[in-house]
Design a protein around this ligand. Structure first.
Ligand code: ADP
Length: 696
């Protein structure tokens, strides 16, 4: 208080007395319910206070009259948000009871007899100010919550959202450090944190795993299902230190994070200095913790959905790869087939929608694989089947659909270039796994070869039976005669022996050819001398040839020729050809056997060394159009009873078995020239290869 002199005081008192004599002043000061004071502006001593002011401050009037404003005014004045007016002030005052009140003061100064007195009208604005402050805080909380909600909506990344929550928490509560712990099987770990890097090694600090039941603060929150505020950790028994040094920590505030009725984690706020905590913070913080709960739930749901999506994606990719593999496998199978495949969808009206043909089908029909499929329908429809009128393919498909199984046709099918072949057409209906009709698969097979073989087989049987019939008939006649003329045994016996011999040779030849054709003959390979083998055979034939007054010439090179071959079979071939040459050459004719080393080119273009044998005669010769046929079993140009017509067939099979080839040409000056070629080392022939193609 500024010291005022006694003289001043008395001057002031008299000036105040003069004022009090004014009835208007008295009325205003004593009767008005507004709090009023009169002070000396320099010393700030209260000269008088009206009853409402005395009640407000809790002093008697005479007590007030000795007070200085300095005694009731607090140092920290609230911020003044009123419009700047020189006469308006806001102060924070303390009442006698120790309450702090914000007061708005309107001051006006009177000059009385040279003395200045200041009249104060006071308004208690504490409630309004508090309400305003609370509203401001609420507004901050609301906008922080709105921010976190926006973060929740904008990101499903849990860490992003938790970071935002921590940021917003720090925005509304002035804490130094904040973290979020998540619980799993009674244990918690810190998943996100802010601020700790300033005071400690964050990684180490947050790596701690805590048992909730063994950590009193956390257990308290779970049991009470509410937040926990510890203003002074050093004096609170619920606080247990995580680390030896936590000197940077004074207050703690924890909020349980809930999902439904379950606590799933904690929002932890740490304060370096002793924190003040106001009641309204609790609901705001719980709102943040609940936001965190929602974020965690959303993130977990999202994670589950994401994983499920990934799993599905993987499954789809696997299934696609599987289907692709199966499709490629199926295509490879279809393309490697020798039978033609045609697939057509069938719509509910029964119309065909051609979808696919395999390579074999394109080959069989003589078209490009990418050909317009509807054109191929016309080609397949033209299958010429006995007793069937109308389009064959369509008949076959409709038949298969109606019969719920398959339908088969056989007939002559024309390729695109008009060349026909014998074919079978089999159509099978295709149903989905649920039994719905999808389409039909038609398989076309070229059966020309099978048919030819079948014909050949039945001709063979007929011819063999026929060949056997002649000697058998002969024998039957002779046996009949013998029974009637037992005394003429001698004349019948040679005929019987001849017929038996003929039959024996015939059966032997039949067995031989059958074994050769079935590849049931194993060649006995050895290193043989060509010259010796040829000489041996020709010497054998010499007597018969001489008997027929024919000449035999043998032409062989001076240097020895050798072969790896079956000696008996090569002998058999030479025997056969020389015997034929002699048999089909008239008396006086000549037979030449010519041998020389010669290379051949196989179907793959390889040059193979070998030996060529020519057996040339001056006989009847073989018409050009029969030069292929004479190698067929039983084929004979002239039907002589001695021959069986099997010799050349057997010969050709033996040569093929050695990997060689045989052919016949006209010999110069008439007659025939049989040429066969053998490789230096016998090689097993390929399944349907007729030996080397070209002779040089
Ligand atoms: P065959 O036992 O009838 O001689 P082959 O299979 O050896 O049977 O001969 C078939 C047919 O080929 C003979 O019947 C004959 O008509 C004809 N042929 C074979 N070799 C000659 C040849 N050197 N000159 C003329 N025709 C021949």
């Amino acid at each position: 208080m500024e010291a005022s002199s006694e003289k001043d005081m008395s001057q002031i008192q008299s000036a105040y007395a003069a004022l009090c004599n004014n009835p208007v002043w008295r009325q205003m000061f004593e009767q008005n319910p507004a709090m009023q004071m009169l002070i000396e502006p320099v010393s700030r001593i209260v000269i008088d206070a009206n009853p409402p002011a005395c009640r407000f401050y809790g002093y008697k009037r005479e007590e007030m009259q000795s007070l200085s404003l300095d005694q009731i005014e607090l140092d920290e004045s609230p911020e003044d948000d009123s419009p700047t007016e020189s006469t308006l002030f806001i102060f924070r005052h303390r009442t006698r009871r120790g309450e702090q009140r914000d007061v708005k003061i309107n001051a006006s100064t009177y000059e009385i007899d040279g003395v200045s007195l200041t009249h104060l009208i006071l308004v208690d604005i504490t409630k309004r100010r508090r309400a305003e402050a609370a509203e401001q805080d609420q507004r901050a909380v609301t906008s922080a919550l709105a921010n976190t909600a926006a973060a929740l909506n904008s990101s499903l990344n849990l860490h992003d959202v938790l970071d935002r929550i921590l940021e917003q928490v720090q925005h509304i509560i002035d804490c130094d450090y904040v973290n979020i712990m998540l619980m799993e099987n009674d244990y918690v770990t810190v998943v996100r944190s802010r601020g700790y890097e300033k005071v400690t090694d964050v990684d180490e600090y947050v790596s701690v795993k805590l048992n909730v039941n063994a950590t009193p603060t956390l257990r308290w929150m779970v049991e009470n299902d509410r937040m926990l505020f510890i203003p002074e950790i050093s004096t609170d028994s619920r606080w247990s230190k995580l680390h030896t040094t936590e000197d940077w920590l004074t207050s703690y505030l924890g909020v349980p994070i809930r999902m439904g009725n379950q606590v799933i984690g904690f929002l932890n706020l740490d304060f370096a200095t002793r924190a003040k905590f106001l009641g309204y913070d609790e609901s705001a913080l719980q709102a943040f913790a609940d936001q965190a709960g929602v974020a965690i739930r959303n993130a977990r749901l999202f994670e589950r959905v994401r994983r499920q999506a990934l799993l599905l994606e993987q499954r789809v990719a696997d299934r696609t790869a599987e289907l692709d593999y199966e499709r490629r496998q199926l295509r490879a199978i279809l393309d490697s087939m020798t039978d033609g495949v045609f697939y057509s969808d069938v719509d509910p009206e029964g119309r065909l929608q051609p979808r696919y043909i395999n390579r074999a089908m394109a080959r069989l029909l003589g078209v490009e694989p990418a050909e317009d499929l509807s054109r191929l329908v016309a080609l397949l429809d033209a299958l010429n089947v006995e007793d069937l009128e109308g389009p064959a393919l369509q008949w076959s498909i409709h038949q298969a659909l109606e019969q719920q199984s398959f339908a088969s046709l056989q007939g002559l099918l024309n390729r695109d270039d008009g060349v026909g072949f014998e074919a079978t057409m089999t159509t099978t209906r295709v149903d989905s796994s649920t039994g719905e009709l999808l389409g039909a698969v038609t398989v076309v097979r070229d059966v020309s070869q099978e048919k030819a073989l079948e014909r050949q087989r039945s001709r063979f049987v007929a011819q063999a039976s026929h060949e056997l019939r002649t000697p058998l008939a002969n024998m039957k006649t002779r046996l009949y005669l013998l029974r009637r003329q037992p005394d003429r045994l001698e004349s019948h016996l040679p005929v019987l022996e001849k017929a038996t011999g003929h039959m024996w040779r015939l059966v032997e030849s039949l067995l031989d050819i059958s074994r050769l054709e079935r590849h049931a003959v194993q060649l006995e390979l050895s290193d043989i001398s060509v010259q010796e083998t040829v000489s041996f055979v020709t010497e054998e034939h010499q007597p018969v040839i001489e008997e027929r007054k024919q000449t035999l010439r043998v032409e062989m090179p001076g240097e020895p020729l050798r072969l790896i071959a079956d000696a008996d079979r090569v002998t058999q071939v030479l025997n056969n050809l020389i015997a034929n040459a002699s048999a089909y050459t008239p008396e006086g004719g000549s037979i030449t056997v010519h041998v020389e080393g010669c290379a051949a080119v196989d179907s793959a273009g390889n040059v193979l060394p070998g030996i060529r044998f020519d057996v040339i005669d001056t006989g009847t010769g073989i018409p050009e159009d029969q030069r292929e046929a004479i190698f067929q079993p039983f084929y004979r140009i002239v039907n002589n009873n001695d021959g069986s017509g099997l010799g050349l067939s057997i010969t050709r099979e033996i040569v093929r078995l050695h990997g060689g080839s045989i052919r016949v040409d006209a010999a110069p000056g008439g007659g025939s020239c049989f040429t066969f070629w053998l490789p230096l080392k016998a090689a097993a022939p390929e399944a349907d290869d007729s030996g080397s193609d070209t002779l040089r």
